[in-house]
Design a protein around this ligand. Structure first.
Ligand code: GLY
Ligand code: MN
Ligand code: MN
Length: 444
């Protein structure tokens, strides 16, 4: 039997940590009570069909419920949190089941079938602050999402509890199952659409369960950074496959990228070179390291790779100094990950809302913070052959630094990205993604 990925004691300790973080944030901002909405179901324009439900991450932070719209968490500082679950009994929808598990002991739980009953339960909260998208009628006049309180909460979400780390490890394990199935599909000559289906099936996910839509790119499509077409037609050749796809567990995400060669030795070697660079970068991770500095280190390594592979005609130092590497690696090295794939707080300089914005040269860098133990983030360097970044410089002075013959040879492969989810440990890092691939390989 599969061992449960989280332990009850860790889960209860997590809820206690969340509670203490709320206590501190609420004390600092003189908020006696918060009401956190799970979120509503949005209707499509001029239609009676709804968009898929996505839970408010602040609600999910407290409770492992991702499929309970129109529910609320009420927390009055120092008191037992109350969980008000919307449980309509009608013949259109399945009534959500009452939650089970040791974690429920940490809450006073009430179910309300009728909207009126929920509104009534939310009345008389004159000192509450509302955290969510759309307040219920009873809380229309209350303050919403005060920035100071949110900053405080977001800053501390970067540090993951033991329970959260276990959820993320499980999300990686499920993701690794999906990746293995997709790689097998690639070897069998599947279409992008079929590869996507294979990934979802192996994770046990529907499209809506995925933490993000996923990038399933065959051949040159890998050069479109957020490629989302899912071609139904099978291409004539399967020369390259870039898959950036993750799974979810209890609301926590994994975000994993692998690139495969269909047989070309040169592209397989390039994948190995990026993979080695990615592992070297992971090895630089430890408490006290600035993520902005790691991003710079990445550009230095990308410059060296471009020179070693003769993609450029200038030295690695010149390519780094001139910013030429940004044409081949135009995104950030990574980001915090947790309840959100791009987790909050990456640009925060402290709990008081101070900002640590990305440097002008690297506006897409999502994390600028100094790393600390038990923070989780992705490390995802890449090297791509992107037409609309390269073509504009072809006949310019900058273009003289590019070896176009070599670049043109690799364009049909799109590009390479390798992305793992890692935890910062006291003296280095834990690679949750590679551990998950090893576990799945071993049948776990
Ligand atoms: N999958 C989106 C990202 O890697 O950030
Ligand atoms: Mn990522
Ligand atoms: Mn990704």
């Amino acid at each position: 039997m599969q061992q449960a990925p989280t332990r009850d004691a860790d889960h209860l300790a997590h809820i206690d940590t969340v509670r203490r973080r709320f206590d501190d944030a609420m004390a600092a901002h003189e908020v006696p009570c918060v009401v956190i909405a799970s979120g509503g179901v949005a209707q499509r324009f001029l239609d009676d069909i709804a968009y898929p439900f996505k839970v408010n991450p602040l609600f999910n932070y407290w409770v492992p419920l991702t499929q309970h719209p129109d529910s609320y968490l009420i927390y009055r500082r120092g008191e037992t949190p109350r969980l008000l679950l919307h449980a309509p009994e009608d013949f259109w929808h399945k009534t959500p089941e009452a939650p089970q598990g040791a974690w429920t002991e940490a809450f006073e739980i009430e179910s309300h079938g009728e909207a009126d009953a929920m509104e009534k339960a939310l009345s008389d909260l004159e000192d509450a602050v509302f955290l969510g998208e759309q307040p219920p009628e009873a809380l229309q006049s209350r303050p919403r999402n005060p920035e100071g309180l949110l900053n405080h909460l977001h800053y501390y979400r970067a540090w993951k509890t033991t329970y959260e780390l276990d959820c993320q490890r499980e999300a990686n394990r499920l993701g690794a199952l999906g990746h293995r199935a997709a790689e097998a599909g690639f070897r069998d000559g599947a279409s992008e659409f079929e590869l996507h289906q294979a990934f979802c099936t192996a994770c046990g996910h529907t499209q809506n369960d995925l933490p993000y839509p996923g990038i399933i790119a065959l051949n040159a499509n890998g050069s479109t950074l957020h490629y989302d077409r899912l071609e139904r037609e099978t291409p004539e050749t399967h020369r390259a496959f870039l898959i950036d796809a993750g799974a979810g567990y209890a609301g926590y995400a994994s975000d994993i990228t692998r690139t495969y060669s269909g047989g070309d030795k040169g592209f397989a070697d390039l994948i190995d070179a990026v993979d080695a660079m990615q592992r070297e970068l992971c090895d630089l991770v430890r408490p006290g390291v600035s993520f902005g500095e790691l991003h710079d280190q990445t550009h230095r390594r990308v410059a060296r790779l471009l020179a070693d592979w003769a993609f450029i005609t200038v030295s690695a130092d010149e390519a780094f100094d001139s910013g030429l590497t940004r044409r081949f690696f135009p995104h950030g090295l990574g980001h915090f990950i947790g309840l959100q794939v791009h987790d909050v707080g990456g640009h925060m300089g402290g709990p008081d809302g101070r900002r640590a914005p990305p440097p002008e040269a690297h506006p897409h860098l999502r994390t600028t913070r100094e790393l600390d133990t038990d923070q989780t983030l992705t490390i995802e360097p890449g090297v791509y052959f992107i037409d609309n970044l390269l073509d504009p410089i072809r006949d310019t002075d900058e273009g003289k630094a590019v070896n176009w013959e070599q670049v043109d040879e690799f364009r049909p492969f799109g590009g390479v990205r390798i992305e793992d989810d890692i935890r910062v440990t006291a003296d280095g890092h834990e690679n949750m993604t590679r551990n998950a691939f090893n576990k799945v390989q071993a049948g776990g």
